[in-house]
Design a protein around this ligand. Structure first.
Ligand code: ATP
Ligand code: SF4
Length: 326
């Protein structure tokens, strides 16, 4: 069953030099309980996509199109309706977990407040003891060591990994159907990153949540997702089942990303790097957005922009993969 469907999403930011478009023609579908890896270099529009879904774009951002959750278009919701969805339907784990907690309140107070809000929204009266039990259950879900001790601390008394676990526990309190994780490990030590990724995956399967995992790291996306979406210059360049995209990339950009994977040959100086830099939205190239870096670019690529073509049930934005090479 399709749970989240995005149709023709376009996002603009107002800036002192005018309105800049940063997401173009985004179409995607995610089935209930599936996981979608959203991969792209810095500035490709990954966070903008996540923030559009939860309707938390900064005030100068504006989204157009449709974001349909369980048949209802979120872009048509009032702020009050959207607050309810954010509390129950969708939960977003942000890049820096410290920003998700109040630094001057104990963890216990913040988590208990979250449960209170949940029951107030449902108009249910629940006693404090039951709420405390619920908080402890979620802290055990996220495998925090000594939750009875940690719950009495302030955020600055926890490590980055512990904070991220607390934030995930807070999200679980609302029993979300969709979890959006935006680079959830980028602010953490490498040793903790794998644990948090494994935890998110485990919780997704335990609670049958739909997962959108945003990352710049294709290997992480490979580990967590059923489908992959490759974003570049605000466009989807490739979209399809993870195994197929990794084993047989259709887009030259995906091919380049895969070739850039280190294979233990650093010392021999053979590490492949993609030429050039991602484009600036204020200076997008004419034609295909990837043409300055593409080893296969031909005349047409510098004039026209390719559409997102269907290729055997997968999607790719490249003239070479269009049947008629139009
Ligand atoms: P990163 O991995 O570095 O977080 P990203 O892929 O998530 O990058 P976004 O943060 O979505 O990319 O940004 C996409 C583009 O939109 C970038 O060019 C960025 O500079 C621009 N942008 C983001 N927020 C704003 C804003 N509030 N006002 C103007 N431009 C913005
Ligand atoms: Fe490369 Fe042309 Fe394909 Fe773009 S359309 S990815 S420039 S071959």
């Amino acid at each position: 069953m399709v749970q989240l469907k995005i149709e023709d999403l376009q996002v603009y930011y107002k800036t002192p030099i005018g309105s800049i478009k940063v997401l173009y023609d985004i179409d995607l579908e995610v089935e209930k309980g599936d996981s979608l890896g959203i991969v792209g270099e810095s500035g490709s529009g990954k966070s903008t996509l996540g923030l559009s879904i939860v309707r938390l774009l900064p005030p100068n951002g504006k989204a157009y199109g449709k974001i349909i959750l369980d048949g209802r278009d979120l872009l048509s919701f009032s702020s009050a309706e959207m607050t309810k969805v954010r509390g129950t339907g969708i939960f977003m784990i942000m890049q820096d977990p410290f920003n998700s907690l109040n630094p001057v309140k104990r963890i216990s107070d913040q988590l208990l407040e979250a449960v209170e809000i949940k029951y107030a929204r449902k108009n249910e009266k629940v006693d404090k003891g039951k709420m405390y039990d619920e908080v402890m259950k979620r802290l055990r879900d996220v495998k925090l060591p000594d939750p009875e001790l940690i719950i009495n601390r302030y955020p600055h008394q926890l490590s980055g990994g512990q904070i991220q676990r607390v934030v995930i526990a807070m999200g679980l309190l609302f029993e979300p159907e969709i979890m959006i994780a935006d680079e959830p490990t980028s602010a953490l030590d490498v040793s903790v990153q794998a644990q948090i990724i494994a935890l998110i995956k485990e919780l997704q399967s335990k609670y049958n949540m739909t997962l959108l995992f945003i990352t710049h790291d294709l290997s992480v996306a490979y580990a967590v997702s059923d489908k992959l979406l490759i974003l570049y210059g605000g466009r989807i360049l490739e979209y399809g089942p993870t195994e197929e995209v990794i084993n047989e990339p259709l887009h030259p950009y995906t091919e380049g990303l895969l070739k850039s994977f280190p294979k233990g040959n650093y010392k021999e100086g053979k590490l492949y790097t993609l030429n050039g830099m991602p484009p600036l939205f204020t200076e997008l190239p004419k034609g295909c957005v990837f043409n300055p870096r593409c080893p296969y670019a031909f005349d047409k690529c510098f004039v026209d922009e390719p559409s997102l073509y269907d290729v055997d049930g997968r999607r790719v934005r490249c003239f070479l993969k269009n049947e008629n090479k139009q």
